[in-house]
Design a protein around this ligand. Sequence first.
Ligand SMILES: Nc1ncnc2c1ncn2[C@@H]1O[C@H](COP(=O)(O)OP(=O)(O)OP(=O)(O)O)[C@@H](O)[C@H]1O
Length: 364
Amino acid sequence: MSSTPSNPSPRLQVEGLTRRFGGTAVVDDVSLTVAPGQVTCLLGPSGCGKSTTLRMIAGVEHPDAGRIALDGRVVSEGGLHLPPEQRAVGLMFQDFALFPHLTVAGNVAFGLGGSRDDKARRVGELLEKVDLSGFGDKHPHELSGGEQQRVALARALAPRPRIMLMDEPFSGLDNRLRDGIRDATLEVLKEEGTAVLLVTHEPEEAMRMADEIALMRAGRIVQRGAPYNVYNAPVDRAAAAFFSDINVLRGEVRGALIETAFGRFLAPGHADGSAVEIVIRPQHLKIDFDRSGRGPDPTPEHGSPARGVVARARFLGGQSLVEFRLEFDGSLLKATVPGVFLPRPGTALWLMFRRDRCFVFPAG
Ligand SMILES: Nc1ncnc2c1ncn2[C@@H]1O[C@H](COP(=O)(O)OP(=O)(O)OP(=O)(O)O)[C@@H](O)[C@H]1O
C-alpha cells in the first residue's frame, strides 16, 4: 500500500478491541493506530490489559470483539483470525527467548527466507547495527543480558516486520544499563524505519521512547497523545499522578471561583457548589524566603503566595524534596528543587506556582 509522508496510512489500526475473561472485560473497546516509523507506547499500571492487547495484535490471543488491520489489511475481525506467522509482526518480550542451541547468527537468521547469501547479508547488516559484529558464532549463554537483548532485537527485525510488538523488552535488564540500551534500541528501530507498539508500565520509559503515548487504565485507553501533551495536559487526576508525585488542593466552587491557600482560582466549566481538585506537580512549586512574615507580592501569573513550614527535607541526588505544612489548612505539599536545598524543619517559607502549570479537575 502506498503512503505519503504528509498523510501516511496507519501501519496498525485497532478498533473496538475487546477481550473478556470470566465475564470481565480486561481489554474494553480499545482503539489505536500506529503510523509508519512511529513508536507508540501502551502505558499503564500492572494488570490494566496491555499485554492482552499486544497478544491479540500478535495473533496469539483471540479477541471477543473488534478489528485489527495491518497496512490496511484486516487480520482479525469476526470469525477471521490470521495466525501470527501470517501477520508479519516482529515480537520481542521480556525474556528474550533466544534459541539456546543456535548461534547468534543462527538466531538472527531464524525467520529469514531467501538465498544463503541474502540471509548472510541481512544477518551481517543487523549484527552491525546492534553492535554485535564478530559475535555471530557465539551461543546465547556466552552473552550478557544486554547482548542477548540486542540479538533478540536483531532477530525480530531481520524479516522486516510491518510492526514490532515489544512487551516490557527492557525490564529484565540491569538498571544501570537500561537507559543506554533503550537509546540504542530506539536508534536501531528508527534506522530501520519500523513502526513499534511498545508495552510498558514505566512512564519514564514511555516518555523516553514514544512518539505517541496511549495511556491505559482498567482495560481502556484514557488518553492518547505526544509525551509532552500527555504529561502537560492530563485528562484527569489519575493520569497526572501516573507520571509524577502530585499535590492536590481541594476546594468548592462558589460563584465560579475556588478559594485556596494560593488565592482565588477561576473554575470555568465547573458547576457552582461542586467539589474540585487543583493538581500541582512538585517541580512546579516555587519556594521563596520569608521576609518578616511577608512573602513575594501576588501576580496574575502566580496568584498569591502561601506560607508554609518545612516538615521535612531530603536530598535525592540531583534534586531535593521539601515537604511543607501549609498554614492555611495544615495540608502537606511537596516541592522538588534542583540541587541541594535542605531547609531545617520548622523554617517558614512561601510557596507559589504558575497558574498555567496546574490542573483543575472535578473531585473524584
Ligand atoms: N488467560 C487469562 N485468563 C484469565 N485472566 C487473564 C488471562 N490473561 C490475562 N488475564 C487477566 O487480565 C488482566 C490483564 O492482564 P494483562 O497481562 O493484559 O495486563 P498488563 O497490563 O499487561 O499487566 P502486566 O504488566 O502485569 O503484565 C489481568 O487481571 C490478568 O490477570
